[in-house]
Design a protein around this ligand. Sequence first.
Ligand SMILES: Cc1cc2nc3c(=O)[nH]c(=O)nc-3n(C[C@H](O)[C@H](O)[C@H](O)COP(=O)(O)O)c2cc1C
Length: 217
Amino acid sequence: MFKGHNLPKRVLIIYYSFTQQTKLQLKQLVAGLESCGIEVTQERLEPISPYDFPFRSGFRLALAMVETFFRKRMKIMPISPRCMGEWDSIILAGPTWSYHPSGPILDFLDRYGREVCAGRKVIPFISCRSYWRWHYRTLKTYLLGCGAIVEKPIVFIHPIREPWRLIGLVLQLRGKMIRREKSWFRKHYPGYGHNKEQGAEALQQGRQLAEKLLENR
Ligand SMILES: Cc1cc2nc3c(=O)[nH]c(=O)nc-3n(C[C@H](O)[C@H](O)[C@H](O)COP(=O)(O)O)c2cc1C
C-alpha cells in the first residue's frame, strides 16, 4: 500500500518558447529537479498560427510588437488532459513580449488557467531581454484570477549591455545576426540569448526547488 509521503513529488511545466531561450533554460531546470528525484511532466504550448521565425520583414516585426503590447492572444492547440491532474507545483514558462506574457501563454490562461491552476502553487518562469516586472505583474493578476497560489518568479535576462542587447535581439528576430566572430559588432555582442553561466544557474534553481518540495513531505 502507498503511503502519501512516499509518493514522488510531481511538477508540471507548461511552456512556450519562440526562439528557444525559455526551452534551453528549462532544460537545465528540469535536469536539476530530476537529479533530486522529482517527477517532471512538460507541456509545450503550440500556437495554431505562430509568427514566422525569423520575421520576414521589419513591418511584420513591428506589427507583432504592437499586437503583443495590446496582449493579442495567439490561439494554441488543445492541451493534454494530463495537465488537469494533481501537481505539487506548476511552472508556467515563456518569454516577455512587449512587456507582457506571450500570446500563447495568454490564450492558455484564458482557456485553461482555472482548470489547471486553481488551488495549485504556480511559479512564473520568464525569459526576456531586459524588463520583466510588468510581465510578472500581468501574469500574477491573471493567475490570482484563476485561483492559483503565485510563488516567487524565476527570471533570466539576456546578460549583455544596451544598446547591443536590443540591436542583437532585432537582428536575431529578423534572421540577420552577424555571424563573423571577429566583426566589430560581435565584440560587443557575443551571442543572442542566455549564456552558459545562466544555464548553470537554472540547474541550481532546479535543485533548490527540488529541495524545497522534498522538505514539504
Ligand atoms: C514580439 C516580441 C516582443 C518582445 N518584447 C520584449 C520586451 O518587451 N521586453 C523584453 O525584455 N524582451 C522582449 N522580447 C525578447 C524576448 O523576451 C527574449 O528574446 C526571450 O529570451 C525569448 O524567449 P524564447 O526564446 O523562449 O521565446 C520580445 C521578443 C519578441 C519576439
